[in-house]
Design a protein around this ligand. Structure first.
Ligand code: ADP
Ligand code: MG
Length: 729
C-alpha cells in the first residue's frame, strides 16, 4: 500500500468578527451604490418631511458634492446626535409598521450609510426657532456639537467626497460621465409625479438648472415642462382600477405615448404607492404590447402611478428599495397590459395598422399595394426594396427551394378590410385568456407537463436577463446578474413556439398565403432537397408516390388541422393558411416544404395526445428562429455569393478563380440582389430575436429541465472575475 506523502493537516481557518467600521462600510456601499442613489435617498427624505420645494446641486457627478435643500419640517435639535446612526428613523418602530408604511424611508439607513462613505453636513431649522443648527458627521457619529447658525426653513444636507474611502468604486465612477445625467433623470421622474412640489437640479457653477419644475395642478403641464412638448403632445391618458379582492385591488392612472411618438429607448416612470420603483416584468410586458399593437418600432414613454393596499407591497426586498414585490404581480401586470392595449387600439385609426401587416411578414421583400410602405429596416441595415419578380424563385432545382412565390403580397384581399387590426387585437387578447383556451384533457396534460418540468433557475435567467447581442449565428449573449450566458436561440425559440402552440390551441389567428400552395409540389421540393447530392431522376417516381400519399393523408386530416391548429388545406390539396404563434412573427417561408413533409412523416396521428404533441413539435421546429437558409453575408458566408456567380455562369464548378470579373453588369446585379436579400433576412432575424423572441420568452417560456444540460445555456463568464482581471491590467 502506498503511503501518502506526509501532508500537513490543514487547520480550519479561524472565524472572527469583522470590525464594526468594516461592516458598516460594506453595508453602506450596498445602500449607496452611486451618487444617484444618495440623491434619491435625500430627496425622499425631503419629500417625507412634507417639503414643497427641493433643490439639488451637484459637483463632479456627485463625487465632490451633493447638496439637497428643502423647506420641510426640519430635524429637532435633540435628534441630531443620533441622526446618522444606523437604524435610527422617525418613520417605523415595530416590524408590523412595515405593512402599512406610507413614507419612503423606514430603515434609518440612508444618512448613516452616507457618513460611512462620505462627509456629511446637516443644516436644519424647525418651526418657531430663531436659528438653526449645523453639524457634521463621520462614520455614524457627530464630529462636533451642533453649532447655532442662521438658516432658512427646512433642511440642507451636503455630502462631500463620496466614496473617498472606497478607491475602486471611486475610480470606476470617475470614469463614467453619466452620473449627472442619472441624477437629472431621477429628478425629472420625481418632478412629474410630485406635481405639488417644485424641483430643481443644477450642476455646480452652471447658471441654468437642468430640471426646473414649478408646482402645478396639471400632470401634463409638468411632463411638458420636464420632458418637452414633443413628449407631452403625444401622450394619452390612462386610468384603471380593480376592487375585486379575489383577483386584485388597485388604482392606476398615467400617461402613455401614442403611435406618433418616436424614441429608441423606453422611458418608464413608475410609482407604486408614491414610491419611485422599477418593475422589470411590467416594463417588458408593456413593451410587448407596443410591439404587438403599433406598427413603428418605437419604444414607449410611460408614466404610471399605481396605488395598492400597502399590505400588498413588499417594500423591503432590495437594499436601495428600488424594486418592490407585489402580491398578485402577474395578475396586475396582465391587467395593465390589457388597459394599455385597449387605449392604444382605440386611439389609432386602421391606417396605422395596415402597415403592421407588412411588418408582420418579414420575408416579404416588396408589396404591390402602393399605400403600404415597408418600414425601414429595424436594425438599420441597408436593406433595399427588390421587385418581387426579380427574386421569386419557383424553380424546384434551385438549391434552397425558395418559397417567396407563395407568400402573400396583398393581405387585405384575403383578410378583409380591418383584418390586421383584428389579428393584432385578438392575438393580444388570446394571450391573456390562455387558461380558457385549453379544454381538451390531452392539451391540459401537455401544458401541465410543461409546468412540472420547468427549471426554476433557468426560468429566473430567462425572466431577468438582459439581451446583449448575437455571438454567432445560433448563440445569443445574455447577462444575468453578474454572469454572462450563451443561449441557443434555435432551441429556445423551438421550445417557446411548441409551448405557444399548446397554449393557443384552437385559438389561433391566421397568416394567409398569397396563393394556395400545392402540398404535392411542396413535398416534392422537400424530398428533392433531402437528397440534393444525388443528381439523378431515378427516384422521382418514388418521390411522386410519397408526395401523393402524404397529400392524401393531410387532406383527410384537414378538418382537425384547421380547427385546432389553423393549418388550412383545401379540397384540392393546397395549403393556404398557417397559425400565428407569436404576434409580429412570421416563420421563414423557405421552410414550408420541410414542414409539410414533416407533417406527413413525423406526426403520430393515431393517439390524441401524441398527435397534438408531435404536431406542436413540428410547428415549433418550423417557426423556430433558425439561421436563414441564405448564408450569413456578414461572415464567411459572403463567399457564397461570389462563388455561386462564377460557378453558375461558367459551368466550371471546380475552378472559380480564373473567371473573376467575367460577369456582365446584369448578372452582377442579380447577385447583388441576392446578397441584399440575405442581408435583410439576417437583419430581420436578429431584430425578431431581440424584439420578439426575448420579450416573449420573458413572458411565456417555461424552460424545461433538459435545457440545463443540453447546451442550450452555457455560462461563459462571471463579470466579477472579469472585473478583477481588468482591475489588474
Ligand atoms: P429613514 O428615511 O429610513 O427614516 P434616513 O437615514 O434617511 O432614514 O433618515 C433618518 C431620519 O432623519 C428620518 O427618519 C427623518 O426623521 C430625519 N430626516 C432625514 N432627512 C430629513 C429632512 N430632509 N428633513 C427632515 N427630517 C429628515
Ligand atoms: Mg430616508
Amino acid at each position: 500500500m502506498e503511503i501518502e506523502p506526509a501532508e500537513e493537516v490543514k487547520e480550519p481557518p479561524r472565524i472572527h468578527r469583522l470590525d464594526e467600521p468594516v461592516v458598516n462600510r460594506i453595508a453602506a456601499g450596498e445602500v449607496i451604490q452611486r451618487p444617484v442613489s444618495a440623491v434619491k435617498e435625500l430627496v425622499e427624505n425631503s419629500l417625507d418631511a412634507s417639503s414643497t420645494s427641493i433643490s439639488v446641486l451637484v459637483k463632479d457627478g456627485g463625487l465632490k458634492l451633493i447638496q439637497v435643500s428643502d423647506d420641510g419640517h426640519g430635524i429637532r435639535y435633540e435628534d441630531l446626535p443620533i441622526l446618522c446612526e444606523r437604524h435610527t428613523t422617525s418613520k417605523l418602530s415595530k416590524y408590523e409598521d412595515l405593512q402599512s408604511i406610507k413614507s419612503m424611508g423606514f430603515r434609518g439607513e440612508a444618512l448613516a450609510s452616507m457618513t460611512y462613505v462620505g462627509h456629511v453636513t446637516v443644516t436644519t431649522i424647525t418651526r418657531g426657532q430663531l436659528h438653526g443648527y449645523r453639524v457634521s458627521y463621520r462614520d455614524g457619529v457627530m464630529e462636533n456639537e451642533p453649532k447655532a447658525c442662521a438658516a432658512v426653513k427646512g433642511t440642507q444636507i451636503v455630502i462631500e467626497n463620496l466614496f473617498y474611502n472606497m478607491i475602486a468604486r471611486r475610480k470606476t465612477l470617475q470614469n463614467s460621465a453619466d452620473d449627472y445625467t442619472k441624477i437629472v433623470d431621477l429628478l425629472s421622474r420625481f418632478a412629474i409625479h410630485h406635481i405639488d412640489v417644485s424641483f430643481s437640479c443644477r450642476k455646480h457653477g452652471a447658471a441654468r438648472a437642468d430640471v426646473h419644475s414649478v408646482a402645478t395642478p396639471s400632470r401634463l403641464n409638468a411632463i411638458r415642462s420636464v420632458y418637452g412638448l414633443l413628449v407631452a403632445q403625444n401622450l394619452i391618458k390612462i386610468e384603471a382600477s380593480d376592487h375585486d379582492p379575489s383577483s386584485s385591488v388597485f388604482e392606476m392612472d398615467g400617461f402613455i405615448s401614442n403611435s406618433n411618438y418616436v424614441a429608441k429607448k423606453t422611458t418608464m416612470v413608475l410609482f407604486i404607492n408614491d414610491r419611485l420603483v422599477e418593475c422589470t416584468a411590467l416594463k417588458r410586458a408593456l413593451e410587448v404590447v407596443y410591439v404587438a399593437t403599433l406598427p413603428k418600432a418605437s419604444k414607449p414613454f410611460i408614466y404610471m402611478s399605481i396605488t395598492l393596499p400597502p399590505e400588498h407591497v413588499d417594500v423591503n426586498v432590495h437594499p436601495t428599495k428600488r424594486e418592490v414585490s407585489l402580491l398578485n404581480q402577474e395578475v396586475i401586470v396582465e391587467k395593465m397590459q390589457s388597459v394599455v392595449e385597449s387605449v392604444l387600439r382605440n386611439s389609432n385609426e386602421s391606417r396605422t395598422f395596415q402597415e403592421q401587416t407588412v411588418e408582420a411578414t418579414p420575408s416579404v421583400p416588396s408589396v404591390t399595394n402602393n399605400d403600404l410602405h415597408l418600414s425601414p429596416s429595424p436594425s438599420g441595415s441597408k436593406s433595399q426594396r427588390v421587385p418581387v419578380n426579380k427574386i421569386v424563385r419557383t424553380d424546384s432545382s434551385d438549391p434552397a427551394g425558395r418559397m417567396h412565390a407563395y407568400l402573400y403580397k396583398n393581405p387585405q384581399k384575403y383578410l378583409g378590410r380591418d383584418s390586421s387590426l383584428t389579428t393584432v387585437r385578438s392575438s393580444v387578447r388570446q394571450r391573456r385568456n390562455l387558461k380558457e383556451t385549453a379544454d381538451l384533457t390531452s392539451i391540459q396534460e401537455l401544458i401541465n407537463d410543461i409546468d412540472s418540468k420547468c427549471h426554476s433557475d433557468l426560468l429566473d435567467i430567462v425572466r431577468q436577463s438582459t439581451y446583449v447581442g448575437m455571438a454567432d449565428d445560433v448563440f445569443a449573449l445574455l447577462q444575468h446578474n453578474t454572469h454572462l450566458y450563451l443561449a441557443n436561440v434555435v432551441n429556445l425559440s423551438k421550445e417557446l413556439m411548441y409551448q405557444q402552440v399548446l397554449r393557443r390551441f384552437a385559438h389561433f389567428n391566421a397568416i394567409q398565403l398569397s396563393e394556395p400552395a400545392p402540398l404535392q409540389e411542396l413535398i416534392m421540393l422537400a424530398l428533392k432537397e433531402e437528397d440534393l447530392d444525388l443528381e439523378s431522376n431515378e427516384n422521382d417516381e418514388l418521390k411522386k408516390k410519397i408526395a401523393e400519399m402524404n397529400t392524401q393523408l393531410l387532406k383527410q386530416k384537414s378538418e382537425m388541422l384547421e380547427e385546432y391548429f389553423c393549418i388550412f388545406i383545401d379540397s384540392d390539396g393546397n395549403l393556404s393558411r398557417l397559425p400565428i404563434l407569436l404576434d409580429q412573427y412570421t416563420p421563414d417561408m423557405d421552410r414550408v416544404p420541410e414542414f409539410v413533409l414533416c407533417l406527413g412523416n413525423d406526426v403520430e396521428w393515431e393517439e390524441e395526445k401524441n398527435c397534438f404533441q408531435s404536431l406542436a413539435a413540428a410547428l415549433g421546429n418550423f417557426y423556430a428562429m433558425h439561421p436563414p437558409m441564405l448564408p450569413n453575408p456578414s461572415g464567411k458566408g459572403l463567399e457564397f455569393y461570389r462563388k455561386r456567380k462564377h460557378g453558375k455562369h461558367t459551368q466550371d464548378k471546380g475552378n472559380y478563380s480564373c473567371h473573376v470579373g467575367d460577369g456582365t453588369a446584369e448578372k452582377d446585379e442579380f447577385e447583388h440582389e441576392l446578397l441584399s436579400e440575405a442581408e435583410t433576412a439576417w437583419a430581420q432575424r436578429e431584430w425578431s430575436i431581440q424584439h420578439v423572441l426575448f420579450p416573449s420568452m420573458r413572458l411565456f417560456l417555461k424552460p424545461p429541465n433538459s435545457m440545463a444540460s443540453n447546451g442550450t445555456f452555457v455560462r461563459v463568464a462571471s463579470l466579477e472575475k472579469l472585473y478583477k482581471i481588468f482591475e489588474r491590467c
